[in-house]
Ligand binder design. Structure first.
Ligand code: KIV
Ligand code: ZN
Length: 507
């Protein structure tokens, strides 16, 4: 039987550190529920001392999710550790994850501490954390650029102080598989008490090696991997969970390891994370990309028709891609819609289902055929939304070859309705200027993209906007058969997220 490697999912903590990926409390809870269905071993739910919002999200997740350990991140100091425990204590399996940097460059410039004081601080933090729970993980930040003998010293000391998991992060995505494997082997040979703890790895993807490095570390003895869904995370992201899990499944002959993951939830969870963060999954992304199981060339198609194994090394069903050939239209009823949602991996409660069904009917009245991608857009727009301070009630655009583009917009702002009009350099610019005037939020538009979700002139256009305000970035999405309306909706969606965060999060 294959040995189990634990999956520590940090989508809600390191994943959320991707610029623009910040999530609301409800969104985090939705992802946590999916992570529970996936059966990850540990959910790192956040960094409780970072903000009120982070604290609340971790607390709610600890209260609700009972199938996984819930970890809270804490720097190596008493205040962080107390705050982390305050949030995770509602879990049946709480874990305090404390860290301090160990590389010369971080100790000298960031911490301004001497190596011996870093060890003292780490030991004190771990000992302090064990007063709250025996489940304590210690991370040596920037481990791969640290001196090996220093790592040996600090890990030996924290194990003695009570750490049950020691994590060896490749914080800046600098290492390569051979080197990382040697580091892990060296630690196994030299760290006192290492045989009694779990060795964990946490890899960033700056050189595109996060997954390869994590797998190499497992071969060298690590038994916990820290991952995120779709590989999102700080800078180039973290090791993608779906890739790690499917490598063990597909190449068990080379890597005789397994995880506890229910793989059929991989695809739905990937879509959920993409919908919530507004980060599209690149089409050629391994495992969960739109093209990952598509065959374009004639030779490949011919082969797959004769025997799938000719060009498919995994079955799409294994990761939860359910295929059906039904295209919905305006005559489709509740049953067909529910079935379609199921095949797409969406499980909605009754209230959300009714909301989505109404939106589907509205779109089906305008379009002949409603494709799977249209349904994704409906779910993104009507279900994964946060409470809305702003609502777009009416938009009228005037533009053309001679007219100076202008927009007249009626919006609800709280309980009031506000009507304004402005000119712009183009119809989208005019709409955005008017919305900014109505809301009074002078944000910067840092990204704007339009994609046609399906083919044809009646296709739904999906717009993603990313805005920046006082150093915070949020993304918004909107879909409509009219792309100017979709743009206005996406902008309003981003402003709603921003308003929600400004009111609810004390960062
Ligand atoms: O990348 C890193 O070093 C981290 C630690 C906090 C584990 O995210
Ligand atoms: Zn990290």
């Amino acid at each position: 039987m294959s040995e189990i490697v634990k999956i520590f999912d940090t989508t809600l903590r390191d994943g959320e550190q991707s610029p623009g990926a910040s999530m609301t409390i409800e969104e985090k809870l939705k992802i946590a529920r999916n992570l529970e269905k996936l059966n990850v071993d540990i959910i790192e739910a956040g960094f409780p001392i970072a903000s009120e919002g982070d604290f609340e999200a971790v607390k709610l997740i600890a209260q609700e999710i009972k199938g996984c350990e819930i970890a809270g991140l804490a720097r190596a100091n008493e205040a962080d550790i107390e705050r982390a425990y305050e949030a995770i204590k509602y879990s049946d399996m709480p874990r305090i994850h404390t860290f301090i940097a160990t590389s010369p460059i971080h100790m000298e410039y960031k911490l301004r501490m001497k190596p011996e004081n870093v060890i003292e601080r780490a030991v004190h933090a771990v000992r302090y954390a064990t007063k709250f729970t025996s489940n304590v993980e210690f991370s040596a930040e920037d481990a791969t650029r640290s001196e090996l003998d220093f790592l040996v010293k600090i890990f030996s000391a924290v194990i003695k102080a009570g750490a049950k998991v020691i994590n060896v992060p490749d914080t800046v995505g600098y290492t390569v598989p051979e080197e990382y494997s040697k580091i892990i082997s060296y630690l196994f040979e030299h760290v006192d008490g290492i045989e009694n703890v779990t060795v964990s790895v946490h890899c960033h993807n700056d050189l595109g090696l996060a997954v390869a490095n994590s797998i190499a570390a497992v071969k060298a003895g690590a038994r916990q991997i820290e991952t995120t869904i779709n590989g999102i995370g700080e800078r180039a992201g973290n090791a993608a969970m779906e890739e790690i899990v499917m490598i063990f499944k597909t190449r068990n002959d080379v890597y005789p390891f397994d995880t506890n993951i229910n793989t059929e939830y991989i695809y739905p969870t990937s879509r959920l994370v993409s919908q919530i963060t507004g980060f599209p999954v690149q089409p050629n992304k391994a495992i969960v990309g739109k093209n990952a199981f598509m065959h374009e060339s004639g030779i490949h198609q011919d082969g797959v028709l004769k025997a799938k194994e000719t060009y498919e090394i995994m079955k799409p069903e294994t990761i939860g891609i359910k295929s059906d050939s039904i295209v919905l239209g305006k005559h489709s009823g509740r049953h067909a819609f529910k079935n379609k949602l199921y095949t797409l991996g969406y499980e909605l409660n009754d209230e959300d289902f009714e909301k989505a069904f109404k939106a589907f009917k509205r779109i089906a009245d305008k379009k002949k055929e409603v494709y799977d991608e249209d349904i994704d857009a409906i779910i993104a727009e009507y279900i994964y939304r946060i409470p809305e301070k702003y609502e777009l009630k009416y938009i009228n655009i005037n533009c053309g070859t001679f007219a100076k583009p202008s927009a007249t917009i009626l919006m609800r702002v709280g309980n009031e309705e506000v009507l304004k009009a402005s000119f712009g350099d183009g119809p989208v610019d005019a709409a955005f200027k008017t919305i900014k005037e109505i809301t009074g939020i002078d944000c910067k538009l840092v990204e704007y993209s339009v994609k046609s979700i399906t083919g044809g002139t009646d296709a739904l256009g999906e717009v993603t906007t990313r805005i920046e305000y006082k150093g915070k970035q949020v993304t918004g999405q909107g879909a409509d058969t009219d792309i100017i309306v979709a743009s206005a909706k996406a902008f309003v969606n981003a402003l709603n997220k921003l308003a929600y965060r400004l009111e609810n999060w004390v960062k």
